[in-house]
Write a protein that binds this ligand. Structure first.
Ligand SMILES: Cc1cc2nc3c(=O)[nH]c(=O)nc-3n(C[C@H](O)[C@H](O)[C@H](O)COP(=O)(O)OP(=O)(O)OC[C@H]3O[C@@H](n4cnc5c(N)ncnc54)[C@H](O)[C@@H]3O)c2cc1C
Length: 320
């Protein structure tokens, strides 16, 4: 079997989980085996009901000790599920947490580790993965024989569709001394006004062409009107106009929204690496030869100071 770890928000699988399922199905297809899923948490009955629609078997670790994430506990849960499934491959999202426990799991299973993968070419004997390396300047291919642990770079795989009703199996995980070493004492939730950048259906990104930090008020306004998130280029982040958390690109976040609006963005390759999987791209730039126009479905040659207020007005009218 191939085991896939399904990240969730307490109710349903997260985008990263659905992307990991897509990659797990590719590996399972090459091996001619079925896909088992794993969900971990406390009080996650609703998640399990949803998640079972994507896999042949779903292992559920649902216990109060798993209310808070620690890498040690998640490794123990994934290890137990991998052994139960006799998994030749374990696939998980390369989320902030996924990156920490997958390495531990690979060590425990004495398996290969393919981290932060963009694409996979699985065969019956090995998996070849495409990934960035050297500060994202180089694209490389890595090959690992089975057993292998794979983490999937967010927003690089299509979302899996449900395909039936998998069998649900509760899994008990015994926690030893190692798993009790780290305890979560307190959690502080960041107050978020907007949807998260990596999950937003619409991303409105401002580049250096916006001219100032203040001008981003209009970028925020358009993003809010469209129910989207604000993105920024590295030039903007370096200038201190926006936080690094909003940077899109090779050394920032990878996004894959339905609509990506680039305002005063030149479209450097390093920026494109983070947004070129967007479904529809709209760009506004005063330079008709700006590289961003090679990536766009709809390009507007003009000054953002004129075009952006007009776009905001047009969207407001559509909403009325
Ligand atoms: C290793 C490495 C990693 C990198 N990682 C990233 C990354 O993750 N993300 C990223 O974004 N960059 C990254 N960069 C930087 C990248 O190469 C570019 O420098 C950066 O993306 C440029 O940002 P920009 O488009 O905002 O600015 P510029 O390149 O300065 O472009 C500004 C654009 O705005 C247009 N413009 C100016 N005024 C107006 C106006 N009034 N109206 C309309 N258009 C206007 C201009 O014509 C121009 O095209 C990386 C670079 C390296 C070397």
């Amino acid at each position: 079997m191939v085991l896939v770890f399904i990240d969730h928000d307490g109710k349903k699988p997260k985008k990263g989980g659905l992307e990991a399922i897509t990659r797990a199905r590719e590996v399972a297809g090459a091996l001619g085996v079925s896909v088992a899923g794993l969900v971990v948490g406390s009080g996650i009955g609703e998640v399990a009901e949803e998640a079972k629609k994507y896999v042949d078997t779903l292992y559920v670790v649902d216990a109060p000790e798993f209310a808070d994430y620690t890498a040690e506990k998640w490794t123990a849960a994934a290890h137990a599920a991998a052994q139960k499934a006799g998994a030749k491959a374990v696939v998980a999202p390369a989320s902030r947490t996924g990156r920490t426990w997958t390495a531990r799991l690979a060590a425990r299973l004495d398996a290969g580790l393919l981290e932060d993968v963009l694409e996979l070419e699985p065969s019956a004997d090995a998996v070849v993965a495409k990934r960035y390396t050297f500060l994202n300047r180089v694209l490389e291919k890595q090959k690992a024989a089975y057993p292998v642990v794979i983490s999937v770079k967010p927003n690089t795989a299509p979302l899996a569709e449900p395909k039936g009703e998998g069998q649900v199996e509760a899994l008990e995980v015994a926690l030893g001394e190692l798993e009790q070493k780290v305890k979560v004492l307190e959690k502080i939730q960041e107050e978020k006004k907007r949807v998260s950048l990596t999950e937003a259906p619409v991303v409105v990104t401002g580049g250096r062409g916006m001219g100032s930090a203040e001008a981003f008020k209009l970028v925020e306004e358009l993003a809010d009107l469209l129910g989207g998130a604000v993105g920024a280029t590295r030039a903007v982040v370096d200038a201190g106009w926006r936080p690094y958390a909003e940077q899109v690109g090779q050394t920032g976040k990878t996004v894959q929204p339905n609509l990506y609006i680039a305002l005063g963005v030149s479209g450097a390759v390093q920026h494109q690496a983070g947004m070129n999987k967007s479904k529809v791209v709209v760009a506004v730039n005063k330079d008709p030869d700006a590289p961003i126009f090679k990536e766009t479905d709809y390009g507007i040659v003009g000054d953002v100071r004129q075009v952006l207020p007009a776009m905001i007005e047009a969207v407001k009218k559509l909403k009325d």
